[in-house]
Ligand binder design. Sequence first.
Ligand SMILES: Cc1cc2nc3c(=O)[nH]c(=O)nc-3n(C[C@H](O)[C@H](O)[C@H](O)COP(=O)(O)O)c2cc1C
Ligand SMILES: CC(C)CC(=O)C(=O)O
Length: 369
Amino acid sequence: MTTPLAKLTQIPPTVAAVADYEVLARERVSPGAWAYLDGGAADELTARENRAAFARLHLRTRVLRDLTNGNTTCELFGTRLRAPILLAPVAYQKLAYPDGELATVLGASAMRMAMVVSTQASVALEDIAQEAQTPLWFQLYIQHDRDFTLRLVRRAEAAGIRALVVSVDAPISGLRNREQRMGFAFPGGVEPVNLRGLMPLPRATGEALFDSPLITRAATWRDIENLREATKLPLVLKGIMTAEDAERALVAGADGLIVSNHGGRVLDGQPATIEVLSEIAGAVSGRVPILLDGGIRRGSDVFKALALGASAVLIGRAFVHGLAAAGAVGVAHVLRILHAELEATMVLTGCRDISAISPASIRQAGLRT
Ligand SMILES: Cc1cc2nc3c(=O)[nH]c(=O)nc-3n(C[C@H](O)[C@H](O)[C@H](O)COP(=O)(O)O)c2cc1C
Ligand SMILES: CC(C)CC(=O)C(=O)O
């Protein structure tokens, strides 16, 4: 049987970087699906800023250091990871590739990199877990039906999930103008199968958003505290963008935080994640691990996030582009490219392992205040 890694030789030789997959992916999916998979909220300023802010940061090299026995491994919540790069939760992956999340988990397994399964995956959580040969985490959207939500948590526990990522930044969907202009609608066969059996939201009583059940039944800090009581899984809050919320999350019992603006897909006008990382890392002061996502397309971006206080990063669109272009092989290849770039950046900055990467690895003048 050929492994996905063996099939990597089928990748066109012109693919050298993650950005090359973006070009291929765009050609392979419908314009509507592209608007969903690649787009952001409103004017997409935040989505662009996530990338631009990485480009403004510059690396400080240290030369002639002994780099023998160097490696990229790290540990998160008791699991040893090959590299501090995880696949972010991405809904409806069948929009990108017919096998959807099953192809993704194969690609992640080939590279032994962890994957976070979305609540709104287009393949059942248990079916993804069945194929996984790599650590899986589950991303939870707290549903208006809290009993249903708890059943999702129990399913995640039963499937051998290693951590629960609760996304707290999207009580409502972003206003995605690009999708609206394309008239995007989900095609048949692409649905949130893990939410089957969930009663629809009750009808809104008025026109105002504030009166709608989306808001009146939206999650609050109390739900995080209840979840903390309900499960022993490590609880990681995704969508933290301020030091105040980081502090509050620790009080609620979070075991980790993900600095994320949802890839600029929810509220346009938020700053880049890499811009707020130092502030949040300062407030958290090593009490729990901080992860970051948003705009990562290069191994040097991973390095910059680690330098400014992240323990690991997640990638969203980068792997979606690989998935859309070449299925499992594309996902594995994107991970391989990022891993190789991270290694090269570490060697060239004189960092033997992840713990050697520090704020001194970045030229601080490049940071905005
Ligand atoms: C197509 C798509 C679907 C997403 N679906 C989810 C989701 O179901 N849950 C979630 O917490 N975040 C979701 N996200 C956000 C990602 O987890 C992540 O925060 C974001 O993609 C990071 O930015 P990047 O795409 O620039 O790497 C989605 C992102 C994309 C691009
Ligand atoms: C179904 C959506 C809310 C999933 C999501 O988080 C996204 O599209 O960014």
